[in-house]
Ligand binder design. Structure first.
Ligand code: NDP
Length: 280
């Protein structure tokens, strides 16, 4: 079984990003990373994103607001960032606290700066298979892992376990664009094991530690693990149980060191793309 390492995919994305930034006449793209509150997951992702953007030769600025910021204040402060010509791309951590109503931020964010694909405009573009939309970075990271490892998507049967707006849904659209035949599973799916066993490419994005076992995997299938969970010993793990997987899968991504490592690289590439579209 081949282990599909995220670091190798990330290195390819760095090269692509550098080609994009080389065409910017010396302009260094700038990302705004906007956080409300102090959630541990957000802080950890923010650190990784800042590091990756710097490693790819660009700049990231962090904007943190208190958990109890009023809707009016958030709207004003976010508006300043959104309209700041010096900012090429914005990553905003969701969900926002309850007092900031509905889908305010998703609708406010300028689609051309929306490098993590939260705007309904970008969602519609991804749905329509248009090339100039920004997909959520994790969904696109899965495609980049498959592409970099030359795993054929055209005509392949892809099964996605999970239907969230961040991963499962946009990923199913991206796979469709790559001409895969896509099935999306969720908690009401009947006989999940049998459906998973039909997959040439099985993607686990449910957020349930070890729920996908070798019994879910057809001989020779490729398994992509998007899950980030903590097991009973406090160790980071995916949705896929690694033990026994080599009996069935031809290739799989590890956790950590798989899709997660590619997600921030996609974010950085999106930043370069946003800058290129705005200034190139
Ligand atoms: P959500 O909780 O929003 O969605 C989980 C989805 O999985 C839902 O559609 C749910 O179905 C489905 N699901 C849950 N349990 C089962 C089950 N037993 N059988 C079938 N389907 C199931 O999670 P996210 O999409 O936000 O995240 C998924 C995982 O990916 C998490 O572990 C998260 O930490 C990780 N993640 C990783 C990232 C990365 O960079 N690698 C980035 C973002 C997330 P239903 O709709 O019926 O409830």
């Amino acid at each position: 079984m081949k282990v599909l390492k995220g670091a190798e995919v990330s290195a390819k994305l760095k090269e692509e990003t550098e080609k994009l930034t080389a065409g910017l006449n010396g302009h260094v793209p700038v990302a705004a990373i906007v956080r409300v509150g102090e959630r541990a997951d957000d802080l950890s992702y923010e650190r990784n994103a800042m590091k990756k953007i710097a490693a790819f030769g660009m700049e990231a600025r962090s904007y943190a607001f208190p958990e109890d910021i009023s809707e009016e204040d958030f709207k004003r402060e976010f508006g300043k960032i959104n309209n700041d010509d010096a900012i090429d791309g914005i990553l905003l951590f969701l969900p926002l606290p309850k007092q900031i109503g509905g889908r305010l931020a998703e609708t406010l964010i300028r689609p051309e700066k929306d490098i993590d694909g939260i705007s309904p405009i970008n969602a519609a573009k991804i749905f329509a298979g248009e090339a100039d939309g920004f997909a959520p970075c994790t969904a696109e990271a899965v495609i980049e892992v498959l592409r970099a490892n030359e795993i054929p998507m055209t005509g392949a049967r892809a099964v996605v376990v999970g239907r969230s707006m961040v991963v499962g849904r946009p990923l199913s659209m991206l796979l469709l664009k790559e001409n895969a035949t896509v099935t999306v599973c969720h908690t009401r799916t009947k006989d999940l094991k049998a459906v998973c066993r039909e997959a040439d490419i099985l993607i686990a994005a449910a957020g349930k530690a070890g729920m996908i076992t070798e019994e879910h995997v057809a001989d020779g299938a490729v398994v992509i693990d998007v899950g980030i969970n903590v097991d009973e010993n406090g160790k980071l793990c995916g949705d896929v149980k690694w033990e026994g997987l080599e009996n069935a899968a031809s290739a799989a991504t590890p956790v950590p060191g798989g899709v997660g490592a590619v997600t921030t690289a996609v974010l950085a590439k999106h930043l370069a793309l946003a800058a290129k579209r705005r200034r190139g």
